[in-house]
Write a protein that binds this ligand. Structure first.
Ligand SMILES: *[C@@H]1O[C@H](CO)[C@@H](O)[C@H](O)[C@H]1NC(C)=O
Ligand SMILES: *[C@@H]1O[C@H](CO)[C@@H](O)[C@H](O)[C@H]1NC(C)=O
Ligand SMILES: *[C@@H]1O[C@H](CO)[C@@H](O)[C@H](O)[C@H]1NC(C)=O
Length: 293
């Protein structure tokens, strides 16, 4: 007599933190996060790399500056300035259903530790699954299904003081942290004006109907929202890089910032977007374990 026992093991929702690439799709928008560099690609195709209108976001640099805007803490054992994120490792969390204000969203976190200055940079990425309005520091911003929003939280940065940092024998005093992010769509970013803006704050057209809304507001040490100093966030081009620079004034414990990205329509050789939700689905199936009786 032969009996066939079928044994199925499966595990849903990989909860491991990892540095591998991760991808999540919701409401026809896919976000792919490159674990190694903390960059992400947002598009309207299942694999966003195939959407020619995709928006690519990369964390380019994080640098401490003095009150005149000079980079500080470049020499010495504890670095205060990093020209790229390649040497920093990111942890990427699992996907979580959550609310942003009153709207349903899906959220993934990625978190980098910057040990030299005892800081943590957390980027929370939200994909809205419901349309509506959100408020960012008193500015009303309209979101659509599939709008991607990321909040940036910088915790515990130890700023340079004249006794801890010096260059050529003179002490350096930190006043700001500048975070540089390259945001690249199909075209050269241009500042939107007038009625077609989706926010009371700044919005840049990225080409291919994609845009990025940039608030000027930051929240320092849980105080009321304030504007970034000077003309920040600033836009500049460097070679073929299109860079947005966010300036955070000296804070004690944490500073919070939250821009919003709208993915435009897809322009893909592979066809229409596929909507599915799910993330790191780990499915192990063992079939056909024979038991002799
Ligand atoms: C993402 O970060 C937020 C805020 O730190 C936290 O409340 C949430 O649990 C994190 N989500 C995951 C899946 O780790
Ligand atoms: C969220 O909903 C509550 C109750 O429905 C309302 O009072 C509040 O104004 C809403 N908040 C936002 C930001 O829309
Ligand atoms: C969003 O706010 C605008 C005014 O700023 C209003 O006309 C619109 O009805 C609001 N939408 C929702 C879904 O609350």
């Amino acid at each position: 007599m032969l009996r066939v026992c079928v044994v199925i093991f499966w595990a849903v929702g990989c909860l491991h933190l990892s540095q591998a690439d991760e991808e999540v799709t919701a409401e026809g928008v896919s976000v792919k996060i490159q674990g190694q560099s903390g960059g992400m690609t947002i598009g309207r195709t299942e694999n966003p790399d195939q959407d020619k209108n995709a928006v690519k976001i990369k964390f380019d640099a994080i640098q401490e500056r003095d009150s005149s805007g000079n980079t500080v803490g470049t020499s010495g054992s504890d670095k205060h300035s990093f020209n790229n994120f390649a040497q920093l490792s990111f942890e990427i969390s699992s996907l979580q259903d959550t609310m942003y204000e009153n709207l349903t969203t899906k959220r993934i976190n990625f978190t980098a530790s910057i040990a030299d200055v005892s800081a943590t940079l957390q980027v929370q990425t939200y994909i809205f699954t419901e349309a509506g309005n959100i408020t960012v520091g008193g500015e009303i911003t309209k979101v659509e299904k599939g709008t991607v929003k990321f909040n940036i939280i910088l915790d515990g940065w130890t700023f340079c003081t004249a006794s801890t940092c010096n260059k050529g024998g003179s002490g350096e005093v930190g006043a700001f942290v500048d975070l540089t992010i390259s945001i690249k769509g199909k075209g050269t970013p241009s500042r939107k004006t007038g009625n077609n803006k989706r926010t009371d704050g700044e919005e840049y057209d990225l080409g291919g109907e994609a845009s990025v809304a940039l608030s000027r507001k930051i929240i320092k040490d849980n105080a009321t929202p304030e504007d970034m100093p000077g003309n920040y966030p600033a836009f500049e081009t460097q070679g073929n890089k299109q860079l947005f620079v966010f300036r955070f004034p000296k804070f004690d414990n944490r500073v919070v910032y939250d821009p919003t990205v709208y993915a435009g329509s897809a322009d893909a050789t592979s066809g229409a977007a596929t909507i599915y939700s799910g993330f790191s689905l780990l499915l192990l199936v063992f079939v056909g374990v024979f038991c002799n009786m």
